[in-house]
Design a protein around this ligand. Sequence first.
Ligand code: ATP
Length: 927
Amino acid sequence: MEQKKWHQMDAEELSRQIGCDPVRGLASEEVAERLERYGRNELSEGKRISPLTLLLNQFKDFMVLVLVGATLISALLGEYLDAVTIIAIIVINGILGFVQEFRAERSLRALKALSAPSASVVRDGQVISVAASDLVPGDLVLLEPGDRVPADIRLLETNSLYAEESALTGESVPVGKTALPIRESELPLGDQRNLGFMGTMVTRGTAKGIVVRTGMQTEMGTIADLIQQTEAMETPLQHRLEQLGKILIIVAVALTVMVVVAGILHGQPAYGMFLAGVSLAVAAIPEGLPAIVTIALALGVQRMIKRKAIVRKLPSVETLGCASVICSDKTGTLTQNKMTVTRLWLGGRSLEVSGEGYVPEGEITESGAHVDLKKDQGLRRLLQVAALCNNSVLYKKEPEEERGKRAKATQGEEGEWLLKGDPTEGALAVLAAKMGLSAKALEGLYKREREFPFDSERKRMSVVVTHQGGRLLCVKGASDMLLEQCTHVLWDGNVIPLTATLRQKIAAAAEGMAASALRVLGMAYRDIRGQESVETEQEAEQQLVFVGLSGMIDPPRKEVRDAIAVCRQAGIKTVMITGDHQTTAEAIAGQLGILPRGGVAVNGRQLAAMTDEQLDREVDNIYVYARVSPEHKLRIVKSLQRQGHVVAMTGDGVNDAPAIKASDIGIAMGITGTDVSKEASALVLSDDNFATIVAAIEEGRGIYENIRKFIRYLLASNVGEILTMFLAMMAGLPLPLVPIQILWVNLVTDGLPAMALGVDQAEKDLMKHKPRSAKENIFSRRLGWKILSRGFLIGICTLGAFWITLRENPGNLIEAQTVAFATLVMAQLIHVFDCRSSRSIFHRNPLQNRYLVLAVLSSLLLMLGVLYIEALQPIFKTVPLDFRHWCLVFVAAGIPTFVMGIGSVLGSSKKKTQHRTPLGGPRPAAR
Ligand code: ATP
């Protein structure tokens, strides 16, 4: 008989066939063995650049090849020493470039691995979270809305499960899934309704299933080649720098040709001029720039990881510095997501609940008097709904619990009460447990028949349970929306019609709780008649009996208030977007300092009633959006963007993905976020914390400024080098620098200090000025001027020192060249400290950046070596300098930085006196 296909088997056959216990899952030893047998659950990767190719690429540069050619010619002409040294310098340069690019590439790959998806599995009877790549056939997997299906999975249980399978079938409408076996043998993928396929996405509902195929064996694996598009990892800045690099090559080559021609016309030997020209071109072209930019970005990204922000898309590092609005979720991001029910309201009575955290100890009182549960039918019903309509698991941390369990489950001290699942539900589970109605206590009495899971559109959840007396529907959710489904209310133990007056009373009670920043949930129920069908939530959730309200605190995170204040100083507006009640949202926004005087809060209904034009007009005044659905988020992002804002937007649910994608910096939650929201995001917060966004923005600004710093340094140095040579040739002077010296400067002076600038500390006022415009040119804010002015002065001063020495001792060209060499190197090494500040060298402590001090010291030592080690002197054409020479070198090298520095200090103090505002308020810092 032909072997049955996975979709044809029933649960029992399936678990037998694949060797999995459908309750306890696989045992860990079995998993290890299967992992060995079937391999990892990964799609094979596309081609990678091998390190050898990367190394060879370093020598492909046209100018480097010309230099190699020129060197070979000089070898043929008998200049062996020159040839060997130049080749050595080229090789060292190439290796350095290789190391830089290799590191950059490796950090990028590590980043990708960091954001790899995980999966919830049952192993050894415990729910744990593992990397999706560790799944094996036979693993028992749990699916939730927003999950990427981690392998091909035969479903065993489904609760209103829908999956979006367009990646596989092209069908963009989510398809409903079932757990029942299907008889037909040959079925197209789209009709295999009891299978979940790797890479597709759960849009609604929950499910449990057994992995039947992993890795390349999955349906996705068979088309893996088609989907191996990697994310664009190049940032706009990198792209622009590449363009700039091309222009600089043309400029450098043109100038070099002019230098060579001028030199030859003034009687320099053609061959010598040719070699000098090519060396100059090699030195002047900032070929290391892209690699240093990548390293600065990658190192910055590492720093962000330390501060709990994981960058998924490199370009966002740049955009972060431009962010002008942060739209943040409330629950869990601005608040701690540690909920505790403190108040109840039922049948017109207000009750207080004592106890803290997840410890199921505390009591319920009414006006200070203990409430007896036995005599209180309303309270019993409320607690029953709270306990049954609940998926969270409350447990005590056992001493033997091993590591590696679900992240949320492993935190905490031994013996501490912990929670698995949604904190809102956890708070209700704790409440019920405080009165003895724990999930365990109810286990034997009620059996769950089905669940209509919570979703952020309906804002409620319900379950159908069977008990001895029949079937019961328990519902909990946002009270205002739940009330719409209610026709009756439980009042003093009687079920009475829900009149308009009673509705108002309930609404007023909810409003009262919300005004004290409580999160309010309503509870309702109804008995289900005999054979009544409750297949859909519409059928089930109607004609409900309202029971009461629960109010839970969710304290704001401690660090958020300060972070919001930092944002305000940095010209970044913080907006709260929440599914929660408007009054609760406003109360929390008030506590956190989000809502300024005159700021507006709107709710989902008001938002829906606004046209896009109205929203555009209002959007700058709105600070809180409450009771919104995920689709509103997209409208808000678009409207803000139309006002010219660069928007950072957080989200965690599956429906948040479009808004996250549309925003300029999509941010997902590392702990509570769904796979889908993480995939759509550019940044993942590994602690779900708002303050981390602000830290990431700070890093983003810092990285951009550092890139500007070393661009300034490298280009000013290059301008200086070219000008020295160019002006000398124009003036009919001999060559101020020999080719090897030029190459040495390029290797030593330009390389190390530039890299150290890439990791420079940020300036103190980094978060005190407005975000830069996204369209800003890298050379704006006077950077272009600084490059040209400093470069020009470095060139003039180097040439000046050369000329003075040559005039004093016309017969000794080598001595003058050595002075020029030392001046050029020193001028650059002084200028590098100036590059750290957007104002002048006097504004920052030069010793603060240890790497820079070390880089400068080592460049200095290497220069002294070239000057004073006898063996090196003939190679680098140098002579030892005396005291008088050094005085000249220091004066000439210091002029470009100190003269300009004094100039800018005088300039800015003059401006300050002119621009002092009448209020005496601080002016935005000059940048
Ligand atoms: P944010 O968008 O800031 O994270 P939120 O978590 O309050 O806010 P939602 O999760 O969409 O937003 O919740 C909206 C409302 O739905 C809540 O105010 C609450 O009344 C209700 N609610 C939340 N969780 C549940 C749940 N598990 N079951 C039933 N109702 C819930």
